[in-house]
Design a protein around this ligand. Sequence first.
Ligand code: ZN
Length: 165
Amino acid sequence: MEILIYPHEILKCKAEPVKNIDEKIQKIIKDMIKTMYEADGIGLAANQVGELIRLFVIDLREKDEEKIGQVALINPVITACEGEICENEGCLSVPGYQAQIKRYEKILVEGFNLDGNPVKIEAQGLLSRCLQHEIDHLDGFCFVDRLGPIKKALFKKRWQKRQSE
Ligand SMILES: [Zn+2]
């Protein structure tokens, strides 16, 4: 799959809930996991590969103290949140750029797994950040949309320059 680069129109669209977790959805998830590994990323939302459906994949193995493995979450919703933390973030759709982004410190996310079973994920640290980042994608937001006005203007200038090169 091809990863769309910011500011692609599809990255700005809100994704639709998945109605049936069928073979087609499972195939998309499989392909997304493959694409995420090939790009050496830790998370990938469906919008980023041009699918406007509410699902994402994450794999934080060996990168997180909690050593959480592969997660595919469908129709995720943040049902509780607590605290605030500002840390560095990056995105496969904005390659080569990182910025400090404010996020909730702890969250509870509910959704469905690949088999259609309901799951609850209580997250903090990198997993919490990653989940919020991917859910943002499904709502049509990239992490750079969360920058303050000055940083955002600087980013846009830099990004336009880089893309025209
Ligand atoms: Zn991203």
